[in-house]
Design a protein around this ligand. Sequence first.
Ligand code: 3PY
Ligand code: MG
Length: 259
Amino acid sequence: MTNRIKQRLKEGKAVVNGWLAIPSGFSAEVMAQSGWDSVTVDMQHGVQDYLSMVACFHGMGAQPVTPLVRVPWNEPGIIGKALDGGAWGVICPMVNNKDEAKRLADACLYPPAGKRSNGPIRAGVYGVSTSYQKIANDEVLVIPMIETQEAIDNIDAILDVPGISGIYIGPSDLGFSLGMEPKLDREEPKILGIYEMLLAATKKRGLFAGLHNGSAGYAARMIKMGFRFVTVANDSGLMAQAARAAVNEVRKGAGAVAQ
Ligand code: 3PY
Ligand code: MG
């Protein structure tokens, strides 16, 4: 088995990524049928634990989406377990310097490239059981999140760590770190300037840049700007949005009796 989004990125195509906060294999199944290229289980801020991550991977298994995880922190124990459980890429929060990027790459990659421990309990049965360890280092995506001033200051050293596949920007934490409001879909010239700098720094090394977005329109704009991995909101946000719109439409359409 190969990592389909890795192929897409190689071809210069954009990856449209779904995001799972809801700890349910069924909602993962529904999301996976919606046309995303990859779907990420969010163990940092989503209401997800290890077993719900595995349930979400089961739910998306029948669809041609690449299963990814955002781990809660840069900690080799959970990173190894997430990969063993079937993630084909790790998005890791708050990677701020070269040592932290190296720690992430070491946790994601088998020796000699890294220090990942052998035992792909579920990943190994993805139809290629005996050769998973041979292909894992080539297929697994190692994606540090860039979301602080410190990470911006150290970006060259972070990107030069062997094994890093690309970056994922967290706009709300980045805003916080710069003394601004924590939010997505930002328009501040300073932040857009940072995005341009990160796009140039990744492109020159053949790496991709990803971004978390709140809306489809902003995500499309960011692809045009150069991002090659965009997330749109998350399952719970999309459900709330659609539910609110349906309720409003009924009340508006039916008139006073439904107010
Ligand atoms: C952020 O905006 O800080 C994020 O981590 C998005 O997921
Ligand atoms: Mg963040």
